[in-house]
Design a protein around this ligand. Structure first.
Ligand code: ADP
Ligand code: XUL
Length: 536
C-alpha cells in the first residue's frame, strides 16, 4: 500500500484539492468553483459585495458545503482515502470565522451519516454567519484606532515593527474590531475566532485548530518575532481576545489525528495526521520551493509578490510574515487586489472575452507600448492606494481611452508588472544577474503575459508543472509535518528542502529581450511619478 498526502486550498474563487504520492507526484486533482457550482450563495468571484459598498463577505457555510462536494468528487475520481497518511491546507488570508458557544462540541461530535454543512450551519455553531474576507476595505476607522496606540512605539511604523505590517483594512484585527463594535452581542457569544485556514483545519481535526504563525502574521495581532499575540494589539482591538484566539503553532506543526467523522464517512485511516493549515501566499512559497534571492509572482484573483527574508524588517508598504517553511525565517509579501478579475474585464471589453485574442493583441504591440501607460484599479487598490482607470499618452497627457484595443491590453499588463517591480524594489529587492522570477496562479499558464513579466523584470521567468502552488505547498507541508512527527525531531534531516528534493527543477518559459532594461527602467520612474500624483 502506497502512502499519499492530501493538500487543500480554500482560495477566493474555488476550493482545490490535490493528492500526491510519496515522490510528491500528482495522482488526483479536483476543485469546486463557488460561483458556478454553489449558485445558491450568489457569490461573484467567490465573494458577496453590495454595489458601492466596501464590505466584502462570504457566507461561512459555503466553504463547508464546498468541502462536502469536494470530498465526494475525490471519492468519485477514485481516491483511496485509507492511503492518505497526512493532510494539510491553505486558504485565502486575513478572513475570519466566528464560532459560537456550541462550536467545539459540534466539531467533536459530527455525525458521519450527515453532510458537514447540515451540522455546522447553525447559529450556535457559527455566531456570525458571514465571514469578512481579504477584499473588504470597510475598516479604515478601526485601522486608525489601532495605529493610534503605543504598539512598538506607536503609529503605523510601530505597528509594522511588531506585527510585520501597518494596520491594513483587510487584516483580521481591524475586521474583528469592527465586529466587536457593530455586533457586540454576537461577538460576546463567540467562543473562538479562526482564520479561514485554521477554520478548515478545525473541521478535519474535530476540535479548534491553532492559528499558524505565517497566516497569523496577516492579522496585525501577532508579534512576529516573539511568535505570540501582542497584548498591546489585543487590547486595542477587542475585549477578551486572547482567549478567543487560542494558541499559535508553527506552520508545519503536526497537530493531531483526523476526526472520526472522516474515518467513518470516507474511510480515512484513524492514523492520518492533520498538519497545521496556513495562508495561500505562505503555502505558495512552500509549493514553489522559493529560495533566497528568487522573486515569486502569483497571478490569481489577487496578484501577489513574495520573497524569502532571513531577518524581519520594518516596512509600511507591504508585509513581513513568519516564514512557513523555516521557524526562524521570514517572508516578504506584496498584495495587489486588482489581479485576474481586472484582466478579465479588459479581456471582455477589448478582446471579446477570449484569452487567445487578448494574447494576439498583446503580442502585436511593441515593448513600451509607444510611450502609452495605463493603471487599472477596478476596486480600491492596496498598492498604490488608488481606484479607477488611469491612462496616459507619450506626452504624459491623461486620456479617457486609448486609440486601439491592443494599446489598452498592453497598457494593462505592463502597468500591472511595472507596479510589482517598483513596489518590490521599494521593499529592498534588487534585480541581479542570477535573479529568477517564479510565476504561479491561474494566469501563469499564459506565456504572452509571462513574456511581459520577463521583460519588465529583465529576468528569466520559470514555472512548475502545476500553476496551483498553494495547494501543492499544502500537500508538501503535510509530508513535511508528517515526517517530523509530533515529537518535532530531525528538523534538518526533514527540512522542507530535503522533503521536496525529489521534485524536478522549475521550467524556464520566457527570457527577457535585449532591450528590456532600456525600455522598462524609465517606465518604473514614470510609474512612481504617476502614483505620487494620483495620491495628491
Ligand atoms: P484563486 O486561487 O485566487 O481563486 P487562480 O490562481 O486559480 O485564482 O486563478 C484564477 C484566474 O486565472 C481566473 O480568474 C482567470 O482570470 C485566470 N486565468 C485562467 N486562464 C487564463 C489565461 N489563459 N490567461 C490569463 N488568465 C487566466
Ligand atoms: C494577501 C491577500 C490575498 C489573499 C487571497 O495579503 O490579501 O493574496 O490571501 O489570495
Amino acid at each position: 500500500m502506497g502512502s499519499t498526502y492530501l493538500g487543500l486550498d480554500f482560495s477566493t474563487q474555488q476550493l482545490k484539492a490535490v493528492v500526491l504520492n510519496e515522490e510528491l507526484q500528482i495522482l488526483h486533482e479536483t476543485h469546486v468553483h463557488f460561483d458556478s457550482e454553489l449558485p445558491e450563495f450568489r457569490t461573484h468571484g467567490g465573494v458577496v459585495q453590495k454595489k458601492g459598498s466596501k464590505e466584502v463577505t462570504v457566507p461561512t457555510i459555503m466553504w463547508v458545503k464546498a468541502l462536502d462536494m469536494l470530498l465526494e468528487k475525490l471519492r468519485v475520481c477514485g481516491v483511496d482515502f485509507s492511503e492518505i497518511v497526512a493532510l494539510s491546507g491553505s486558504a485565502q488570508q486575513h478572513g475570519s470565522v466566528y464560532w459560537g458557544k456550541g462550536g467545539k462540541a459540534a466539531l467533536a461530535s459530527l455525525n458521519p451519516s450527515r453532510f458537514l454543512h447540515e451540522q455546522l450551519g447553525i447559529p450556535s455553531v457559527l455566531s456570525i454567519p458571514n465571514s469578512p474576507v481579504w477584499m473588504d476595505s470597510s475598516t479604515t476607522a478601526q485601522c486608525r484606532r489601532l495605529e493610534s496606540g503605543s504598539v512598538g512605539g506607536g503609529g503605523a511604523v510601530g505597528m509594522a515593527r511588531v506585527t510585520g505590517s501597518r494596520a491594513y483594512e483587510r487584516f483580521t484585527a481591524a475586521q474583528i474590531a469592527k465586529i466587536a463594535e457593530t455586533k457586540s452581542q454576537a461577538y460576546s457569544t463567540t467562543e473562538r475566532i479562526s482564520l479561514i485556514s485554521s477554520f478548515a483545519c478545525s473541521i478535519f481535526l474535530g476540535d479548534y485548530a491553532p492559528i499558524d504563525w505565517a497566516d497569523g502574521s496577516g492579522m496585525n495581532l501577532l508579534d512576529i518575532e516573539a511568535k505570540d499575540w501582542s497584548d498591546e494589539c489585543l487590547e486595542l482591538c477587542a475585549p477578551m481576545l486572547r482567549g478567543k484566539l487560542g494558541a499559535t503553532k508553527h506552520s508545519y506543526a503536526n497537530i493531531g489525528p483526523i476526526s472520526p467523522y472522516f474515518v467513518e464517512r470516507f474511510g480515512f485511516s484513524p492514523e492520518c495526521r492533520v498538519v497545521a493549515f496556513t495562508g495561500d501566499n505562505p503555502a505558495s512559497l512552500v509549493g514553489m520551493r522559493l529560495q533566497e534571492g528568487d522573486i515569486a509572482v502569483s497571478l490569481g484573483t489577487s496578484d501577489t509578490v513574495f520573497m524569502w527574508l532571513s531577518e524581519p524588517k520594518t516596512i509600511t508598504e507591504g508585509h513581513v510574515l513568519c516564514n512557513p517553511a523555516k521557524k526562524d525565517a521570514f517572508m516578504a509579501l506584496l498584495c495587489f487586489k486588482n489581479g485576474s478579475l481586472t484582466r478579465e474585464r479588459i479581456r471582455d471589453n477589448s478582446a471579446d472575452g477570449s484569452w487567445e485574442i487578448f494574447n494576439e493583441l498583446l503580442n502585436n504591440t511593441p515593448r513600451g507600448n509607444f510611450g502609452n501607460m495605463g493603471l487599472y484599479f477596478d476596486s480600491q487598490e492596496i498598492l498604490p492606494n488608488a481606484v479607477g482607470d488611469f491612462r496616459y499618452n507619450k506626452a504624459g497627457d491623461k486620456l479617457t481611452r486609448f486609440t486601439s484595443t491592443e494599446v489598452e491590453v498592453r497598457a494593462l499588463i505592463e502597468g500591472q508588472f511595472i507596479a510589482k517591480r517598483a513596489h518590490a524594489e521599494d521593499f529592498g529587492f534588487k534585480i541581479g544577474k542570477g535573479t529568477r522570477v517564479l510565476a504561479t496562479g491561474g494566469a501563469s499558464v499564459n506565456t504572452s503575459i509571462l513574456q511581459v513579466l520577463a521583460d519588465v523584470f529583465n529576468s528569466p521567468v520559470y514555472v512548475q508543472e502545476s500553476t496551483n502552488s498553494a495547494v501543492l505547498g499544502a500537500a508538501y507541508q503535510a509530508k513535511h509535518g508528517y515526517l517530523l512527527g509530533s515529537s518535532e525531531g530531525n528538523e534538518n534531516e526533514n527540512s522542507l528542502e530535503a522533503v521536496t528534493a525529489c521534485l524536478p527543477a522549475p521550467t524556464l518559459v520566457c527570457s527577457p529581450f535585449q532591450d528590456a532594461a532600456e525600455v522598462y527602467n524609465p517606465m518604473i520612474t514614470r510609474y512612481r511619478k504617476i502614483i505620487s500624483a494620483i495620491g495628491d
